[in-house]
Structures are given as structure tokens and as C-alpha cells.
Design a binder for this molecule. Structure first.
Ligand code: NI
Length: 172
């Protein structure tokens, strides 16, 4: 396993639309293992493949608390079914938008159809943080970031700050 580099906004690759996976094989499982290790190392609770520069419809996630056993989840070619009309407000963050958190409103519940680590089709009923997280990660597959839901003023401020930090890093 290996830790991969996580792309941060405004890297244009984060705006790519990811492509469906046509075969769940050992190469894909190796990618998912590396993504999981990268996510744990960051640390974060969810990571889409495009965040490590791979434009495939693959997501890894683990919502277990600090003192709980790890509970990794793998989603391949996920689709959202029946999003609820009821909404939830959560304070979100993103490994590709470091050190910024803000509230985003999303459907409170949904079902997710996807292929699991072994390539088996699954349907998951999601609510609470799980529903929010899967919708946040699925946005990555469409090139959407959570800051896109904020006002233009807020978004521009966040992106300007990130650009400045990247310049400083590049200068060292
Ligand atoms: Ni994210």
C-alpha cells in the first residue's frame, strides 16, 4: 500500500468528470487500498479517486469514531436513488479544500446503488452523516466541490487563500 498525493483546489483535475469502472479487478482493489491508506493518513472520512488524480468513479469512506474499530466502505460506480425532500444541514470539510469548513444543505436520506470491493451490486439506505458524506463524495465524481454551494464571495475568498498557500509552498 502507498500514500498518494491529494490534489487541492483550484487544481483543474478536481473539475474532471470521472469515468465508470468497467471491471473490478486486483488493480482496482490496489487503488482502493492505497486510497484508504491515504485517507486514514490525512486524516479524513471520505475520499474520491479524482482527489488522488484518478478519474474513476470510485469512493472510499470510513465513518467510524476515533475509539471504534475501522469500518472501511468502498463504492464503485455509485448512483443516488430516491433522495429525500427533507434536508439536513452539516458542517462539511474536504481534503481537497484544506482547513475550511462550512454548512451545506443536502437531502437528509437517500439510497445508494453501487458495486462493492468484490464487484457485487449493493444497495445501501443512507441517512445522517453517511448520506451527507456519500453525496459529498459523489459530487467529486462530477467535478463538484462543496464550496460550490457557498456564495460566490465566500468561495472566491477560500480559493484565493488556497492559491496563495500553494504559491508559498512552491517557493520553498
Ligand atoms: Ni471532498
Amino acid at each position: 500500500m502507498a500514500i498518494m498525493e491529494i490534489l487541492t483546489a483550484p487544481d483543474p483535475r478536481l473539475r474532471e468528470v470521472s469515468k465508470p469502472v468497467d471491471k473490478v479487478d486486483d488493480d482496482l482493489r490496489a487503488l482502493m487500498d492505497d486510497m484508504l491508506e491515504t485517507m486514514y493518513d490525512a486524516p479524513g472520512i471520505g475520499l474520491a479517486a479524482i482527489q488522488v488524480g484518478v478519474p474513476k468513479r470510485v469512493i472510499v469512506m470510513d465513518l467510524a469514531g476515533k475509539d471504534e474499530e475501522p469500518a472501511p466502505r468502498f463504492f464503485i460506480n455509485p448512483e443516488i436513488l430516491d433522495p429525500s425532500e427533507e434536508k439536513n444541514l452539516y458542517e462539511e470539510g474536504c481534503l481537497s479544500v484544506p482547513e475550511y469548513f462550512d454548512e451545506v444543505e443536502r437531502p437528509a436520506r437517500c439510497r445508494v446503488k453501487y458495486l462493492d470491493y468484490d464487484g457485487e451490486e449493493q444497495i445501501l439506505e443512507a441517512e445522517g452523516l453517511l448520506a451527507t458524506c456519500i453525496q459529498h463524495e459523489m459530487d467529486h465524481l462530477e467535478g463538484v466541490l462543496f464550496i460550490d454551494y457557498l456564495s460566490r464571495l465566500k468561495r472566491d475568498r477560500v480559493l484565493k487563500k488556497l492559491k496563495k498557500e500553494q504559491r508559498l509552498t512552491a517557493a520553498m
